[in-house]
Ligand binder design. Structure first.
Ligand code: ADP
Ligand code: MG
Length: 223
């Protein structure tokens, strides 16, 4: 997963696949140059996010490849120009720029799926954002998973109170979250139906708020 030599499909292509299974993703448009920006943002709702698109797996935010909270076409153009001038981004790895809408704020989760040589398709759900490395708070199942399995996975997490709403916290849209998990790891889900073409799928983060879940970063690694 962290091997930069592994070439995968880029974020927008990965999001297209997730969306075709009904996993909500932000509305977004690919551009290759700043001249395309005004037309691209005309169909989107601000605030916008600009992200570097690449088939080489990289942590975009580590290299200055993610700019959030942009309110105008001019802000988007400036963000792309900054990325073009960014020495940490080798131009050879850029497959374009993604302009997308910002997801509503919420709990950041990670959803991963992979095809294990012995167990076959597997799915994991856990705390996303900075908690991924700090807490190692994940639940894992062999696919296919049902809605009841997905709910049980969420209940196993240490961050369960932040999902189900305890101590005065508002609950997130648990139904929407369970649905997204089943669309990835369920019987007719993405990983079950694509197990010969996909070795790995990473959604980090899946942001889930009161009004649903949104996969804001998706990477598919083909076999
Ligand atoms: P990276 O390659 O660094 O993981 P991400 O696409 O995950 O890049 O973006 C980094 C962070 O920016 C995310 O964890 C999320 O907090 C925020 N972010 C990215 N895209 C969006 C979006 N469309 N809406 C809201 N927040 C976003
Ligand atoms: Mg990410």
């Amino acid at each position: 997963m962290n091997d930069a030599s592994v070439v995968g499909v880029d974020e927008l292509e990965s999001k297209g696949l997730a969306a075709s299974f009904g996993v909500p993703v932000p509305r977004g448009v690919r551009v290759s140059q700043v001249e395309e920006v005004s037309r691209a943002v005309a169909g989107l709702q601000p605030p916008f996010v600009v992200k570097l698109l690449s088939r080489t797996p990289i942590h975009k935010s580590d290299v200055g490849g993610v700019k959030v909270g942009l309110n105008s076409s001019a802000d988007v153009v400036a963000a792309i120009q900054q990325m073009t001038d960014e020495p940490r981004i080798p131009s050879g790895i850029v497959s374009g720029y993604l302009i997308e809408e910002m997801a509503a704020s919420g709990q950041e989760l990670i959803v991963g799926a992979k095809v294990d040589p012995s167990f076959g398709p597997m799915i994991m759900v856990g705390a996303g954002g900075i908690y991924v490395h700090v807490l190692d708070d994940v639940a894992v199942r062999v696919c296919p998973v049902t809605a009841a399995d997905a709910l049980e996975m969420l209940q196993e997490l240490r961050i369960a109170p932040m999902i189900f709403g305890a101590r005065g916290q508002d609950p997130v849209d648990v139904g929407g979250l369970v649905d997204a998990i089943v669309r990835i790891g369920g019987e007719n889900g993405l990983i079950m139906t694509h197990q010969s073409e996909i070795s790995e799928l990473d959604i980090n983060p899946l942001i889930v708020g009161r009004d649903g879940a949104c996969a804001v970063d998706v990477r598919v690694v083909p076999t």
